[in-house]
Design a protein around this ligand. Sequence first.
Ligand code: SF4
Length: 134
Amino acid sequence: MITDFKSKLQSINPEFVQFDTLKILQVNMGNLCNQRCIHCHVQASPKGTKIMSRDVMNKIVNFLRKRHGLTLDITGGCPEMNPHFRFFLESTHPFVSRLMVRTNLTILMEKGMEWISGWYKTQAVNRVLTRKRR
Ligand code: SF4
């Protein structure tokens, strides 16, 4: 017998299926990454082909414009490798109360990525380190 996800959560704790209010929006920018970790749950790698388009980003920006004050939690893959990453940061930043980027940090040492550390620092971005398992 297959139990559906909602029923399973409800059996563990009924409060798990009660949606109160949206506080955090997590956005996955794709499976492109400069690493190739064997434990990666999105099978990200330098060959990743699932890359969020600017069109989708614009829809998220419009959503955040109407819902001021959310926390935006950006993940991937390696979000910094999305070709529209800077556009997405700069477009969403004015509308969110907190901006988090899940980074593997090694990307900050790659050519062309020098601007990112400074941007994170001046815009008070929370970086969440994801690290390679041994
Ligand atoms: S650094 Fe993170 S996103 Fe990249 S391959 Fe490793 S686990 Fe996946």
